[in-house]
Design a protein around this ligand. Structure first.
Ligand SMILES: Nc1ncnc2c1ncn2[C@@H]1O[C@H](COP(=O)(O)OP(=O)(O)OP(=O)(O)O)[C@@H](O)[C@H]1O
Ligand SMILES: [Mg+2]
Length: 392
């Protein structure tokens, strides 16, 4: 017996006192609340007052008939289970009982009175199952509705996220481009300053030529805008002489940060060539050298700090390193420094995009960049570019 069927209200109706007594006695020790009614009117009253779960009724009653009582029970309790007892079985009664979805049909006088009890028991059990199913279905419906709502909320949230990520992406790109343009602009400013104070025509011409070069860099950056994140097309790649690019980058940085060029030590192997875009490789070294110089200048009262740039060749790669005697970077920050907008510099002094640009450019060429640093021990950035095997 399921637990839910151990409670409930059973109404028994029969106008024959002997049968009513007999039926009631069978349920005397049952777990249900048993109400015995001798008339239909009594049964209607009992149902109206306290409800009904299972109705066991005689079909032929002098006042309110059994079929009518079943209808009434269904009004009071839509899932009431009903059993009908009749001494005069007829097709009509059977059809009416069927229409009312009566749980069982018992012929009077019942041969086995305990069979009646078993049938009532089954009616309670069926009802318990139906009720449990309904509760589960209701629960499922509620949960489904909640899930539907959550799904809608998630869709909204996702749309918002995509939108804000797009915006952030555009922001990073715009800021990155501004950053890339600001480096050659810095150089142009330095050269223009130098020209103002220079009388020697040859030197002025040299400066002017450099200005043209930087201007071309700016133009390249602007032209690259559309294909910024795309893998560079082969036809845009040129053979880049690494030593030359590094020397240019060092000059640019030293000039813009007023850092004596003699404080930058270069140790560059001859004949290092990369298939790349010159302006991108230059960006890498401008940013690394700029960071190195800025680190050295940070609290460097004696102007003794140095930046060392080296480059060479490995079995299948070209490497370069940029080292400085600056304060170093604590271990727990190593993973963050390549993130866009991570900066420890004062507002207006750094955008936090330098290393992110380095990372993006180097990985675009399937290379790698790593940092080796500890507080007080300076910082070294290592860059590697793979050298493609010669085409056959
Ligand atoms: N050589 C270095 N020595 C010490 N700290 C460094 C060095 N290079 C980078 N960092 C740390 O990493 C941070 C991020 O560097 P990144 O070049 O990305 O941005 P930034 O230099 O702060 O600003 P930006 O390059 O945009 O002007 C720096 O703010 C600094 O804290
Ligand atoms: Mg920087």
């Amino acid at each position: 017996m399921s637990e839910a069927s151990t409670t409930g209200r059973l109404i028994i109706v029969d106008d024959e006192p002997i049968i009513l007594d007999l039926l009631a006695s069978v349920f005397a020790d049952s777990p249900w609340e048993v109400v015995a009614c001798a008339t239909g009117t009594e049964a209607v009253k009992a149902m109206d007052e306290e409800g009904v779960d299972v109705l066991l009724t005689d079909k032929n009653l002098p006042d309110v008939g059994g079929i009518e009582l079943i209808r009434h029970a269904r009004v009071v309790q839509p899932d009431a289970e009903c059993l009908i007892i009749t001494g005069y079985p007829s097709i009509d009664t059977a059809v009416a009982a069927m229409h009312l979805e009566v749980f069982d049909y018992i012929i009077k006088p019942p041969k086995d009175i305990f069979d009646v009890r078993r049938k009532v028991q089954q009616a309670f059990e069926k009802q318990a199952i139906v009720r449990e199913n309904r509760n589960l279905t209701d629960d499922l419906r509620t949960k489904n509705r909640e899930l539907g709502k959550t799904l809608l909320q998630m869709r909204d949230l996702q749309a918002e996220l995509i939108q804000s990520e797009k915006l952030a992406g555009i922001g990073t790109l715009a800021a990155g481009i501004a950053h890339e343009i600001s480096s050659p602009l810095f150089g142009i400013m330095g050269l223009a300053e130098a020209i103002r104070e220079e009388d020697e025509l040859e030197l002025v011409r040299g400066y002017a030529a450099e200005i043209v070069e930087y201007t071309q860099n700016i133009r390249d950056v602007v032209q690259d805008l559309s294909g910024y994140s795309r893998t560079a097309d082969r036809e845009y790649l040129t053979t880049v002489a690494l030593a030359q690019v590094i020397e240019d980058a060092v000059r640019l940085v030293a000039r813009s940060l007023k850092f004596g060029e003699d404080r930058v030590e270069l140790s560059l192997e001859e004949g290092l060539y990369l298939q790349a875009r010159t302006s991108e490789v230059q960006q890498v070294f401008v940013n690394l050298v700029k960071n190195g110089v800025e680190a050295v200048l940070e609290g460097d009262a004696h102007a003794s700090g140095r930046v060392r740039v080296a480059a060479g060749r490995g079995p299948s790669h070209i490497w370069a390193s940029v080292r400085d005697d600056g304060p170093g970077i604590p271990e727990d920050r190593h993973a963050m420094i390549f993130d866009p907008f991570y900066t420890t510099k004062a507002p207006g002094r750094g955008t936090g995009l330098g290393l992110n640009i380095v990372y993006r450019i180097v990985t675009k060429y399937r290379g790698s960049v790593s940092v080796e640093s500890a507080p007080g021990a300076g910082t070294t950035f290592h860059v590697r570019f793979p050298v493609e095997p010669p085409e056959v």
